[in-house]
Structures are given as C-alpha cells and as structure tokens.
Design a protein around this ligand. Structure first.
Ligand code: FDA
Ligand code: NAD
Length: 434
C-alpha cells in the first residue's frame, strides 16, 4: 500500500488537533506539509458540546455548528477549511502502530504515514465497567460518552426510551452533566456514585451540597456511597436493571457510565518517557523523543505556577497546549525562542441553568461564600482555597463574565488572606477588588 509523507503529522483529530491546525495556519504552514490523522469520521469539534447542547431536546447543537474553534470565540474551522489551507484531514483512520525511531505510523487498513515532526493528540478514552469485570456490563443501552458516535447512540436511546428510566453511574463531570441532560429530556434519572459527595476531586462538601440539593429539586435521585456491581438484561439483550453493592436494584432502560477517563498512550509504550500516567513533556510540549510532541489530555507537563508536574483533562488546556506546541515547533525552526508554558488551571461545567467556573489549585483550607442554598434565587455562591496564607483557587457558580475574570485573577495573583472568616464575609467583593 502507498506510503504518504508529511513534514508534520498530528495524530488525533480532537480539540487539540483543531487548535493546533489553526496555529499551524497562523504560523504559515505550506500546502502539503501538515496532516491530521483521526479515527473519528468528522473534522475536529468542541468535544464539551457532546454532554450538553448535543443532547438537549431544544436548541440542539449539531455539526457543523460546533467545529473548532467556536468554543473559545474563534473562527469556525469547517471541514473545507483544511483542504483550502492545504492541510490533509485524514478521517476514519485509526493508527494501530507507531514506530517513533523510524518516524512511521501504520493505520488499521495498512497505510503507512511518515513524518518529520509528530504531535501526539490522542486524548483519552473511557474507563469501562467491563474493564473491571462488572457482571452483565456489556448489555445493550449501557452507554459511555467520549466521541460523537457515542453521543449519537445516546440520542437514539433517549428517543427510543421516551419517558423511561436512566441510571447514571459516576458522580463526576459526565455523571453531573448527563443526569441533567437526560432529566431535561424527561427521563427519570437516578445517579449512583461511591463517594460521600459528587465531584469529590474538585468540590468541597459545601459546594457539592448545593448541586445535590439542586439536582434533587429537579427530580434527580442521588444514591451515594455504593457502586454498580452487576446488570440484568431483557431477552433482547437490553439492560433491565442495575444491581448495587448495597443490595438495592434499580430499574433502568438506559445506563450511562462516567467513571473516568484514561489517556490513550498505549501506542507509544516503551518508546517515550511517561510520568503520572501521561507522556512526559516539557514547557514546550516536547517529549523525551526528538521531534515528537504531546498535547492535551495525554501530556504530563510542568505546571510552572505550582512548580509541579501535572496532567490536565480539560478543554482549555487542550487548546492552549496545542497552540504552545505549534509555536514552539516554528520558533525552533526559525532559531527563535518562546516563553515556557505558564498555565493557570481553568475548569468549568454547565448543567440545567447552572454554570460554574474554577481557576487555580484546590488545595489547603476552604471558605464558602454567597448563598449556597439550593433554594437560592440567584445561585450565586463560591469558594476560595487558601494555602500558606494565600488564596490559590477560586470557584464561582453563576458568575458574570466580569466576576469570572475576577476569580481568575485571584487564582493567578494569589493575594494574601489573613483571616478565613473575613474572606468568607467579603466573598466575591474580595475577588472584584484585586
Ligand atoms: P480529544 O479526545 O479531544 O481528541 C483525541 C482524538 O484522537 C479523537 O478524535 C480520537 O478519535 C483520536 N484518536 C485517538 N487515538 C487514535 C488513533 N490511534 N488513531 C487515530 N485517531 C486517534 N472539558 C472542559 O474543560 N469543559 C467541558 O465542559 C468538557 N466537557 C466534556 C464533555 C465530554 C463528553 C468529554 C468526553 C470531555 C469533556 N471535556 C470538557 C474534556 C475535554 O473535551 C478534553 O479534555 C479535550 O477534548 C482533550 O483534547 P484532546 O485533543 O487531548 O483529546
Ligand atoms: P471523573 O473522573 O470526573 O468522574 C468519575 C466519577 O466516577 C468519580 O466520581 C468516581 O469516583 C466515580 N466512580 C469511579 N468508579 C465508580 C464505580 N465503579 N461506580 C460508580 N462510580 C464510580 O470522570 P468522568 O466524569 O467519567 O469524565 C471523563 C472525562 O471527561 C474526564 O477527563 C473529564 O475531565 C472529562 N469531562 C470533563 C467535563 C468538564 O470539564 N466539564 C465534562 C465532561 C467530561
């Protein structure tokens, strides 16, 4: 089979790939030099839409509406943009073998791709319940969400099981966003997760209490402190019930599982240095292998602000790390230098009519401010994290754009906070005056 050669190859066609492509174009990539190879059948899009407007009964998002780079207010890169720029968008092509020493990638169909410089942007995959042997986990309508094909299956199931029952397994991002999306579709929703409160990786018990109360008001039943240990199916193979470790059995027409992601790095095992479950990269997203870069979910990189090595599974970092890598590649070619990546962690979520943003680091003491009662009319409340007398992290629900900018600034500037009580009393005012 024919061999194709490119100066640059981006492996993966998700968020990072799309933002990298835009940066390549800005930097003046020449026609024929760049290829994006993706196992998805569509051009890069804003993945966050899949757990939100893609599933809404009204105001539904569909491609081409959310191709990159609309998610950050940029120009939308329609599928035709790539050929117009002389960029080869090679879709529905899964790479099954990567040989970094010979700079070769091989697809499932046997095509060979050669590169001079490679950007690994393979993102994450879902952790499946079958990965840890949960009985009956391969029943029909037990669904996961990572790519647009998964979202289409969900849309189909929602249509087919109108007014039916869903069990959401997991209390993280997918759990919270999908419970809301299914509820908006008038599905009867129960959520199950092992921890004492939802989103424990980020939320304090105080923050979580608001969301759990709010979800309960919307009719979502929350079952904490237990896990799904098995599933029953109908004769046609469709899921019928979820068996919990605490002995309870929940009826279900649809099950959505969101028990975490895993970076897709197996292709490169033993060929590149790893750290903290990802591919080790420097502040320019260069890996331990010459001419190989890693960006987005797969990259473990120096978080300069905290003098730590971290991996981040969020869209803002996917966009920015991709841009940084491409800038670094061009700077190197031109014998120039650019500043090291200096990232301020930024995570957000939206569900029902709620919308929160978080900036910084969630370590140290915490204070809750504002009206965090689920019955509040404004839903405006937040939290600060304080370490070594400085505010290092800030969370805000229902902030205005200016207020969100203010909490971002707090997390970046890390102002001192002498008294936690004072900080709690001042609340958002503290951020707005920084
Ligand atoms: P991404 O997953 O975007 O892209 C990877 C690409 O590589 C995919 O196209 C995949 O098919 C392809 N690929 C992988 N292996 C391959 C192979 N061997 N051959 C060819 N192609 C291959 N974050 C946030 O901050 N706010 C939010 O609201 C959300 N919402 C959200 C919803 C949902 C449903 C998900 C799944 C994730 C989010 N996220 C999020 C997280 C965010 O979307 C995620 O961090 C970025 O998409 C990561 O970008 P990457 O480019 O690294 O991977
Ligand atoms: P997550 O890590 O946010 O949450 C996983 C949850 O499942 C945790 O609460 C965990 O304890 C729980 N869990 C683990 N094992 C379980 C079990 N056996 N039974 C029940 N619960 C179990 O992961 P996710 O929600 O699956 O999200 C997957 C990926 O998608 C992540 O990378 C995430 O960052 C990304 N994502 C992000 C957003 C956002 O930023 N708004 C939205 C959707 C998805």
């Amino acid at each position: 089979m024919a061999e194709k050669s490119f100066k640059y190859v981006i492996l993966g066609g998700g968020v990072s790939a799309g933002y990298a492509a835009r940066e390549f174009a800005k930097q003046g990539v020449k026609p024929g030099e760049l290829a994006i190879i993706s196992k998805e059948a569509v051009a890069p899009y804003e993945r966050p839409a899949l757990s939100k407007a893609y599933l809404f009964p009204e105001g539904t998002a569909r491609l081409p509406g959310f191709h990159v780079c609309v998610g950050s207010g940029g120009e939308r890169l329609l599928p035709e943009w790539y050929p117009e720029k002389g960029i080869s968008l090679i879709l529905s092509t899964e790479i099954v073998k990567a040989d970094l020493p010979s700079k070769t990638l091989i697809s499932a169909a046997g095509e060979t791709f050669k590169y001079e410089t490679l950007i690994i942007a393979t993102g994450s995959t879902v952790i499946k319940l079958s990965d840890f042997g949960v009985q009956g986990a391969d029943a029909k309508n037990i669904l996961y969400l990572r790519e647009i094909d998964d979202a289409d299956k969900l849309v189909e199931a929602i249509k087919e099981k109108k007014n039916g029952k869903a069990v959401i397994v997991g209390g993280g991002y997918i759990g919270l966003e999908l419970s809301a999306a299914l509820r908006i579709n008038n599905i009867d929703v129960s959520m199950v997760y092992p921890e004492p409160w939802c989103m424990p990786r980020l939320f304090t018990s105080g923050i979580a209490a608001f969301y759990e109360g709010y979800y309960a008001k919307k009719g979502v039943k929350i079952i904490k402190g237990t896990v799904a240990v098995g599933f029953d199916a109908h004769d046609n193979g469709e899921v019928k019930a979820v068996k919990l470790k605490d002995g309870r059995v929940l009826e279900a027409d649809i099950v959505v599982v969101g028990v975490g992601g895993r970076p897709l790095i197996t292709l490169f095992k033993g060929q590149v240095e790893e750290e903290k479950g990802g591919i080790k990269a420097d502040g320019f997203f260069k890996t331990s292998v010459p001419d190989v870069y890693a960006v987005g979910d797969v990259a473990t990189f120096p978080l300069k602000l905290y003098n730590e090595i971290r991996r981040v599974e969020h869209v803002d970092h996917a966009r920015k790390s991709a841009e940084q890598a491409v800038k670094a590649i061009f700077a190197r070619e031109q014998g120039k230098s650019i500043d090291e990546y200096d990232y301020l962690p930024y995570f957000y979520s939206r569900a029902f009519d709620l919308s929160w943003q978080f900036y910084g680091d969630n370590v140290g003491d915490t204070v809750l401010f504002g009206d965090s009662s689920p019955d509040s009319s404004t839903h405006k409340f937040g939290s600060y994290w304080i370490k070594d007398g400085k505010v290092v992290g800030a969370f805000l629900e229902s902030g205005t754009p200016e207020e969100n900018k203010a909490i971002a600034k707090v997390a970046r500037v890390q102002p001192p906070a002498d008294s936690l009580d004072e900080l709690a009393k001042e609340g958002l005012t503290f951020a707005c005056k920084i």
